[in-house]
Design a protein around this ligand. Structure first.
Ligand SMILES: Cc1cc2nc3c(=O)[nH]c(=O)nc-3n(C[C@H](O)[C@H](O)[C@H](O)COP(=O)(O)OP(=O)(O)OC[C@H]3O[C@@H](n4cnc5c(N)ncnc54)[C@H](O)[C@@H]3O)c2cc1C
Length: 488
């Protein structure tokens, strides 16, 4: 595998390839797409090397944290689309949706132990990382994971970036090399051995295959998951992701810098749900954005800026601003969580933040709310309540309000540790882009991660950056927003 981009591959165990295996197994667990996917590309390369067919496995369990109609419906829509693609184009695919906890146990082991080796997705948070490590110990074959998460391979950071500035400096050094070694658009086209794989009837009785004619809402309603977090209108398919990207590139990208913070007619991309489930690759988003650069722009304009944001891409300021969010801010979180194993714990905050929060932890609070008060949007603040209702109804909060939403939970709980617990639970339970490295970047940013101390020192916040609903209301026009989210 010498030709492959080795900075993206992780070997999780030392076990010999099983030459008698029936296939090479690709377990598509988070970057759930069949295009622009380094892991799939690596799996195809192995299948070609061993002259074996490739089996693409996609599954969904019931008892994963925060499983609900919202995430299951979105994911199953995407899985069905991938199954259809494989069936139409003659690729081996097996997809399974667990209907009650435990039904799928042993499935991946069984598929893996009949394989020559396994390729899976490398991902720094949620259950995926521990699952990969655990499975690599229990199976009899090599278990590789491949980082197809972003532009800059996570392996290139040898320590956690403590600020976006630090990561950006690294990114600026590595961007061109990474950009010029992109994932293949259609890796399956190179697959040589196309023979079909037959899974036994006994296996398929135990683990029934997801059918493309499934009535998805009916299936979701029958699963043992949380049905209170409702499914959304948006579709979890790659086609929907692509439509969102095109619409953004054509209609909003050039206004991004100016209008991103507008709540009405804002210019944000709205891509985070599909980026989270890997339905679209960050590479494709970068390509689409660079396509919109002025005619005289070329890669020669890209100039190292020592980590400063402005001037790096040297093109339209709105495109530069979008790429900074998409690459610097998004990937700072991936690289951080990859290095810091307690990324979701209070103790992972910088020392200055822990010290200042501790110093102010017994300051009197004017308002203290319980988790249920927050969840049911029962605070005194109409802006906060509207943001929470948007989260519950639509699975998203506008970025600017999301910051305010988080800061106020810090202010209105007994202790920052409790605030952190509430925020992780609210975000990951309801946000369609939740359970992502960005979830932890955003939530921990509220408490000082990737930020610096701010003065003057204030009650509760200490030197943590402070935000108020009044100043937010002055900055952005919230009239229609408040009307729209006045009820659940
Ligand atoms: C309290 C809090 C919780 C958050 N939880 C999440 C979450 O669960 N999932 C999530 O994806 N983002 C989260 N964010 C970050 C940010 O709010 C979203 O990434 C952004 O609003 C998504 O909308 P968009 O796709 O239209 O972004 P755009 O502005 O169009 O940006 C494009 C992409 O860049 C990345 N990006 C943009 N802003 C940020 C940022 N501040 N930090 C990291 N990456 C960024 C995202 O991948 C985004 O999809 C959170 C922020 C806060 C303050």
């Amino acid at each position: 595998m010498k030709n492959f981009n080795s900075s993206r591959v992780f070997s999780n165990n030392v076990k010999p390839v099983n030459p008698e295996g029936d296939y090479v197994l690709y377990w598509m667990s988070i970057n759930r797409r069949l295009h622009y996917n380094f892991a799939l590309e690596y799996a195809v390369a192995w299948a070609n090397k061993l002259d074996k067919p490739l089996l693409i496995y996609e599954g969904l369990s019931c008892d994963i944290p925060w499983a609900s109609d919202r995430f299951h419906q979105f994911l199953i829509e995407g899985i069905v689309e991938s199954v259809e693609f494989c069936q139409k184009n003659g690729f081996n695919n097996f997809s399974f949706v667990e209907s009650k906890p435990g039904q799928g146990s042993g499935l991946v082991d069984e598929l893996a132990n009949n394989a020559c080796l396994v390729i899976a997705d490398e991902y720094p948070v949620y259950i995926i990382k521990p699952y990969n490590r655990m499975m690599s110990r229990s199976v009899n074959v090599p278990w590789y994971t491949v980082d197809s998460n972003g532009l800059i391979p996570m392996k290139t950071s040898d320590k956690a970036p403590y600020s976006a500035f630090i990561f950006r400096r690294n990114m600026q050094k590595l961007f061109l090399e990474s950009f010029r070694n992109p994932p293949q658009k259609d890796p399956l086209i190179n697959l040589k051995n196309r023979s079909s794989i037959t899974l036994s009837d006994e296996f398929l009785n135990r683990y029934p295959k997801l059918s493309t004619t499934t009535d998805i809402p009916k299936l979701v309603a029958s699963l043992q998951i949380n049905h209170e977090v409702k499914a959304l209108e948006i579709s979890g398919t790659r086609q929907a992701a692509w439509k969102q990207l095109m619409d953004f590139a054509e209609n909003r990208l050039l206004k991004y810098a100016e209008n991103r913070n507008n709540v009405e007619n804002g210019a944000a991309s709205g891509l985070s749900p599909w980026l989270h489930y890997g339905k679209i690759s960050a590479f494709e988003c970068v390509l689409a954005a660079l396509e919109m650069q002025p005619a005289d722009w070329s890669q020669d304009k890209i100039t190292f800026q020592q980590g400063k944001r402005d001037g790096f891409f040297g093109g339209h300021p709105a495109i530069d601003a979008f790429l900074d969010e998409l690459i610097t801010w998004r990937e700072t979180g991936f690289h951080f969580c990859h290095q810091v194993h307690n990324y979701d714990k209070y103790e992972s905050l910088p020392d200055w933040a822990i010290n200042t929060l501790d110093k102010h932890s017994s300051d009197p609070r004017e308002h203290i709310y319980s988790f249920e008060d927050f969840e049911m949007a029962r605070t005194h603040d109409p802006i906060w309540n509207a943001a929470q209702r948007q989260l519950v109804r639509e699975g998203i909060i506008h970025n600017y309000l999301r910051m305010l939403w988080g800061k106020k939970v810090l202010e209105w709980t007994e202790h920052p540790r409790i605030a952190l617990k509430y925020l992780i639970e609210l975000n990951n339970k309801y946000a369609i882009d939740g359970r992502d490295p960005n979830s932890y970047s955003g939530i921990f940013w509220i408490f000082g991660r990737f930020d610096r101390p701010w003065g003057p020192e204030r009650p509760i916040y200490g030197n943590i950056r402070y935000m108020t609903s009044d100043s937010t209301a002055k900055k952005i026009n919230l009239k229609l927003y408040l009307q729209k989210y006045s009820t659940f």
